[in-house]
Design a protein around this ligand. Sequence first.
Ligand SMILES: [Zn+2]
Length: 171
Amino acid sequence: MSDLELMTCTRRSLRLLPAACGRLYISANGKDEPAPWEGRAACRGCAIGARNAGRPVERLAEAAGELQRICTRCHAPAPRQIQGRWCVSCYNRHLEALKGVNAKGGRPQLLDRLHRVRVAAMVDRRRVPAAGPVVDVLEAMIAAARKAKNGAAFGAAPTVAWGRGQQELCL
Ligand SMILES: [Zn+2]
């Protein structure tokens, strides 16, 4: 690809010059971090943007960036996230579940799916605290791994009961 040939950015659904892509990457990955609703927020941690900017591609940051772009519960792309976890729809269903009643006055179906899971989670070599009820273990793992800067590891939680003052490992 020549420098004057337009490329397609799948993150932002636009065509632009590689040099412009690189400039957007630098703008989005510096001290002036974009707000979630800004278009350049999609440039955070982008490996293609890093390459076009002549910056080293950080594979782990790229993976964490991809996880930050999706809803932890439904895994759909979610440019706007509530509490840094959920798309608007999942958050609204979550609120209904907490109230025990949905907008139509019925029992939220989500109540049948929410539960606590036991997963030993280490993110950046530190144990991760509880993240509340989730619909499945994947939601808990995505919620933890998307914060990783240096790596995340998961395993089965110990089957022993937790004593008072011990670090909570259950997500
Ligand atoms: Zn969602």
